[in-house]
Ligand binder design. Sequence first.
Ligand code: UDP
Ligand code: MG
Length: 457
Amino acid sequence: MTLVRFLLVGVANTLFGLSIIYFAMYFLQLEIVQANAFGYSVGILLGFALNKTWTFGSSDHVVSSFLRYLLVLAVAYVANLATVLYTNSHFNLNPYIAQALGIIPYTIIGFLGSRYFAFRTQRGAEATKIQASEVSAYKKKCLIARMIDVSIVVPCYNEEAVLLETTRQLADVLQQLSIEGKITPDSRVYYVDDGSRDRTWELIESLAEANKFVHGIKLSRNRGHQNALLAGLLTAEGEVIISVDADLQDDLSAIRKMIEFYATGYDIVYGVRDSRKTDTFFKSFTAKAYYRLLSAMGVEIIYNHADYRLMSRQVIEALKEFDEVNLFLRGIIPQLGFSYALVYYDRAERYAGESNYPLIKMLSLAWQGITSFSNLPLRLITGLGLLVSLMSFLVTVWAIAVRLFTQDTIPGWASTVLPIYFLGGIQLLCLGIMGEYIAKIYTETKRRPRYIIEKMI
Ligand code: UDP
Ligand code: MG
């Protein structure tokens, strides 16, 4: 199949290249050499673009795979020339037949070179492999043939605009799965009202009245997304718990896949955003940079996973043992261990209402993620301190040398004042970061409850 695509691209490329060459020669009145160069360049670019994504589905870096592609083309071209010249001179073939023969090594080298050298990662091939193995694994490994008792936990803060639609969609998902016999008919949803200031709680109450599967947990005040989520996770009943945001940004159809993974024996299933198309450039850029930074600092975290995930009862019980106040669930869950799987989904726009994670809250969560899981900042300080001391030692040696062996020592203002500022700055920085950790110790030692439930329905 790839070979067919490759050939199609080749033919299209040749036709396109030829038409460009003729166009350049007759309409633009270019010299034949220029027209050829023009046609070839466009042809190569087109061939590259088409082959990379369409033929080989490669996700390699553009520049490096383009250079490799050029190399492959060069080798193939040399083979083509050699064949043409050789057949021409040795067998006295007519030039057209010699050309036709030359295409054979050109195609073989071009194809193999592209496949194994220029475009090495093959998304298509990998994806089909995974899919096929997933299906057969599902059939073979389905450990849980009975219906699974599911709870879905949804933290809500000022979500009156979306809750009706969320309830409708969740009802659809639950109903469908229960008709298929995958989950119990009394699987349920817990809305955790995180001290909303609008009519979210009243709405939850009326939804609970109208729908048997809706339950509500009302926190006594706003405690933030992570705490609200935790309140739901630790309070909800059920054999598995799935957490999802209220705003319908996370594709609810992934719930089905999560449950299927659970049935094949995974304890945690992470929902991973496949695309950030709908996020603003700023948000997707900062989010990416943040995940990179966290992993560089040694915090274990699933790339592009927010808090959309399935956890088994066993995992929840393990989570109960973690009673830290500075909550960053995305970092804690991977630390629990257990077998896990990933489910990919597209992230949509917020259905309605406004994001409750403005920049300042995002930064604060980001900082929480770093300081709750990584001691690297502290270690960096030690390193910095060592470096500065070493440098000042060297400067001292240098100053003594200047004093002893030369005449031009001027009692320096800069050499006294600059280090003071420099060291002062560094000390302040270090104090700041240490203070950050001490503040953490402070909040942890108080052992205050992380949330207070006011009411439950
Ligand atoms: N949320 C919450 N308490 C808060 C802020 C947010 O329970 O103090 C909930 C909110 O209702 C939503 C989820 O957390 O269900 C994610 O918030 P949001 O959609 O505002 O964040 P974003 O998707 O923009 O990161
Ligand atoms: Mg959201």
